[in-house]
Design a protein around this ligand. Structure first.
Ligand code: NAD
Length: 278
C-alpha cells in the first residue's frame, strides 16, 4: 500500500524534526564523546547550542562551524571549567546574553579515575566530585529560576549505570553518579509544577575516549590484559554484548527534551543494554 503524505502531514513531520526550534541548549562536556553527539542531536532538532569542554581550540571552532552549517542554528563554544563553580554558573549567564535564556541544560561533563580505595589519590576524589556532581548543582542553580519563571525547561543529567549500581575501584565516580541521581530527584520535585522536568540518563558502557582511557588502569587493577578487560570487565556487564552508541544516548536525551516527555520527571533512565536488569 502506498503511503499518502498530505501537505499537513509533511508540515507536521517537518515540525517534529525541528521541534526544538528557537530553544537554547547548553551541553557541558560536549567537545567529545556522548556530549558531542547530544549537542548534534539537539542542533538537528533546531536548538541553538552552547558547546563546552576541553580540546584543541581550532578543532572545536571547526565543530561549531560544522554543526551550525549543517543544521542552520547558532552554535557557540564556552571554555568554562566545570570544576570551578563560578565558571560553571557563569556559562549559563553567558549563554543567556549571547543566545537567550537557557531552555535545555544537559549536564554531561565527566571524568574518571580507577584505583582501589587505599590507593585512590584524594585530589582525584575532589576533582571527580567537583566535575561530575558539584557542577550539576552550580549550573542547575543558575538556570532553574529562569526556566520556572518562563514555564518550560528541560534538565538532563548524564549519570551512569554506576549511579544505580557499583563496581570496584571507582569509589569517587560511583559516589558522584549516585549523588547526581539524588540531585535529579530533588530538582524534579522542586520544579514539578512549573513545566520544567529534570531527569537522569544512565548509560552503560559506551565506547568513548573516557572508556578507552580506563583500559590500562582497569587491566592493572584487575590483573588482566587490556583485551580481557574489554570482554571480562566492560562487556560482561552488558547482556547485549556490545557497547551502547553515543547516538543511542543522544536519542534518549532528545526524547526527554520533547513535548511528549512532559510528564517524565525525576527518573533515572538506564540505557545500558540490560546491565541493571541483572
Ligand atoms: P569523554 O571523555 O569523551 O567526554 C567528556 C567531556 O567532558 C569532554 O568534552 C571533556 O572535555 C569534558 N570535560 C572534562 N572535564 C571537564 C571540565 N572540568 N570542565 C568542562 N568540561 C570537561 O567522555 P564520555 O564517555 O563522552 O562521557 C560523557 C558523560 O557520560 C560523563 O559524565 C560520563 O561519566 C558519562 N558516562 C559515560 C559512559 C561511557 O561508557 N562512556 C558510561 C556512563 C556514563
Amino acid at each position: 500500500m502506498n503511503t499518502i503524505i498530505t501537505p499537513a502531514g509533511l508540515a507536521a513531520a517537518n515540525q517534529s524534526r525541528r521541534e526544538l526550534d528557537g530553544r537554547v541548549a547548553v551541553v557541558t562536556g560536549s567537545t567529545s564523546g556522548i556530549g558531542l553527539a547530544i549537542a548534534e542531536a539537539l542542533a538537528a532538532r533546531g536548538a541553538m547550542v552552547v558547546l563546552n569542554g576541553f580540546g584543541d581550540r581550532e578543532a572545536i571552532e571547526g565543530t561549531c562551524a560544522r554543526l551550525s552549517g549543517t543544521h542552520e542554528v547558532s552554535v557557540l563554544y564556552d571554555d568554562a571549567d566545570m570544576s570551578a563553580p563560578a565558571e560553571a554558573a557563569g556559562m549559563v549567564e553567558r549563554a543567556r546574553r549571547a543566545l537567550g535564556p537557557v531552555d535545555i541544560l544537559v549536564n554531561n561533563a565527566g571524568i574518571q579515575h580507577v584505583a582501589p580505595i587505599e590507593d585512590f589519590p584524594p585530589e582525584k576524589w575532589e576533582a571527580i566530585l567537583s566535575v561530575n556532581l558539584s557542577a550539576v548543582f552550580h549550573t542547575t542553580r543558575a538556570a532553574l529560576g529562569s526556566m520556572k519563571a518562563r514555564g518550560w525547561g528541560r534538565i538532563v543529567n548524564i549519570a551512569s549505570a554506576h549511579g544505580l549500581v557499583a563496581s570496584p575501584f571507582k569509589s569517587a565516580y560511583v559516589a558522584a553518579k549516585h549523588g547526581v541521581i539524588g540531585l535529579t530527584k530533588v530538582t524534579a520535585l522542586e520544579a514539578a509544577e512549573s513545566g520544567v522536568t529534570c531527569n537522569a540518563v544512565c548509560p552503560g558502557y559506551v565506547w568513548t575516549p573516557l572508556v578507552a582511557g580506563q583500559v590500562a588502569d582497569q587491566a592493572k587493577a584487575h590483573g588482566l590484559s587490556e583485551e580481557e578487560v574489554v570482554k571480562k570487565v566492560f562487556l560482561k556487564e552488558q547482556p547485549t554484548g556490545r557497547f551502547a552508541t553515543v547516538e543511542e544516548i543522544a536519542t534518549t536525551v532528545v526524547f526527554l527534551c520533547s513535548a511528549g516527555a512532559g510528564s517524565v520527571t525525576g527518573v533515572a533512565l538506564p540505557v545500558d543494554g540490560g546491565w541493571t536488569a541483572h
